[in-house]
Write a new protein. Structure first.
Length: 433
């Protein structure tokens, strides 16, 4: 794939890499030579103010990819091929698909002044996707699918990449056990709270678990293993290994032998990653310590990560992850609602807008987390199953990647989450066959 543009920019280079990899399997090449472009025997995209040849794909540019700095953009949405679009221009496509895709996947709007939620995170209601009603649609995937069809029509002999839908199940281990392996003071305090607040059934369950008469309600690991086994799934597990507890960090401490054993058992069977503690979001050195701690326990080099509570702020969080040696992050989604934060489902490299450079951090977007369905959207288990079916069908249609997040807590036997593991088992059987 060859892209002609009389003007060069880091943003255009990034989009040439992104678009080329997605559509042909390798980065597109940029040229500023009109004659070379006209004579080329390949897929030719003319990214300039005027058409050069009758047998090219012409995209008239918006200014975004040639700008430096970050400013409010004027955006008006319209429809194309039953998809919302913006940055309307002329050409074979009625909008600048490269600039619009860049705006969404770079999370340009998160660098602008914005409101935050109660956890200090970017408020999803500020996003263009939410305001325009396409948060639940992978519109960049849809655009690229239509773009691919157009290129095939213009260049019928072109070899374009064949994509396949895939489902990647992932799990966050925030609190490995409900009652077991906690300090005496922590357990005693929790037991007293049960008694003083009248939670006698909870107190009785706690006693049975601690006396070895009942399985811990958060211990769902064997059940998950059994669920995976018939389908040869390749899940990812993210472990929280902060050395101290906090308001949002309820983990079993990594100094506990049981926690180390749990991590090691998963590390020998599955791909694992770091789930940075809430506290590490305020202390860069703590992030590095937690990564090294997980590496020591697992015996593996850790390069995958997902933020606890999806706590992240651009560009600081991603820069800290890169400095710590993380190369793949799975946090691109919201911790307040399900949907497509970047309006895209497949992996792409993070572009640091402030530094105007493509980084080596590969982002894997997720669109579904059961905690959002339960705590934020107030869904029942059956409504959550319908929601998972929706995302499955949306992404299968555009040959995208469905990354789901579940927690061991939802997949155990805690009464609060009754019925949830049954719907997850049903979805797994349907999605994996």
């Amino acid at each position: 794939m060859l892209i002609y543009s009389p003007t060069n920019s880091h943003r255009l280079h990034y989009m040439a890499d992104f678009t080329g990899r997605l559509l042909t399997g390798e980065p597109a090449r940029l040229t500023h030579d009109r004659d070379e472009f006209i004579a080329a025997d390949t897929i030719r995209i003319n990214y300039s103010e005027e058409r050069l040849t009758p047998d090219e794909c012409w995209i008239k540019p918006h200014t975004l990819l040639f700008e430096t700095g970050i400013r409010e953009q004027t955006i008006v949405c319209s429809d194309w091929q039953m998809l919302p679009v913006f940055f309307q221009t002329e050409g074979d496509i009625p909008f600048d698909i490269l600039a619009a895709s860049f705006y969404l996947i770079s999370r340009y709007e998160e660098y602008l002044s914005h409101q935050v939620d109660i956890y200090g995170r970017y408020d999803h209601t500020q996003s263009l996707a939410y305001r325009e009603g396409f948060l639940n649609r992978p519109v960049v995937d849809g655009w690229m699918q239509q773009f691919k069809m157009l290129l095939k029509k213009i260049f019928p002999s072109a070899m374009l990449a064949i994509k396949h839908f895939q489902w990647v199940p992932t799990y966050d281990i925030d609190e490995a056990y409900s009652f077991k392996y906690k300090s005496w003071t922590r357990s005693a305090g929790a037991a007293l709270r049960d008694l003083f607040t009248g939670k006698f059934a909870h107190y009785a369950q706690r006693r049975k678990v601690l006396d070895g008469k009942q399985v811990d309600p958060f211990d769902s690991y064997s059940w998950i293993d059994d669920l995976h086994r018939p389908y040869q799934l390749s899940p990812l597990y993210f472990f929280l290994v902060g050395k101290k507890n906090g308001r949002y960090d309820k983990q079993i401490l990594p100094s506990q032998t049981a926690m180390q054993t749990l991590i090691h058992k998963h590390a020998v069977k599955y791909k694992i990653g770091l789930h940075p503690s809430w506290q590490s979001g305020d202390e860069k050195a703590m992030l590095q310590e937690e990564k090294e701690r997980l590496e020591k326990i697992s015996g593996l080099k850790i390069t995958n990560s997902r933020q606890h509570y999806i706590r992240m702020k651009l560009p600081i969080t991603y820069r800290h992850l890169l400095e710590a040696g993380i190369r793949e992050d799975y946090s691109m989604g919201y911790g307040s609602v399900n949907g497509f934060r970047a309006s895209y489902s497949n992996a792409c490299y993070w572009y640091d807008l402030e530094k105007e450079e493509q980084t080596p951090l590969l982002l894997h977007p997720f669109c579904y987390m059961e905690a959002n369905s339960f705590f934020e959207q107030k869904y029942t288990a059956l409504q959550a199953l319908d929601e998972m079916h929706y995302y499955f069908n949306e992404l299968k249609r555009v040959e995208g990647t469905l990354i789901t997040i579940w927690h061991n807590t939802f997949l155990g036997t805690a009464p609060l989450f009754a019925g949830w593991r049954e719907v997850y088992a049903q979805f797994t059987r349907e999605a994996a066959t």
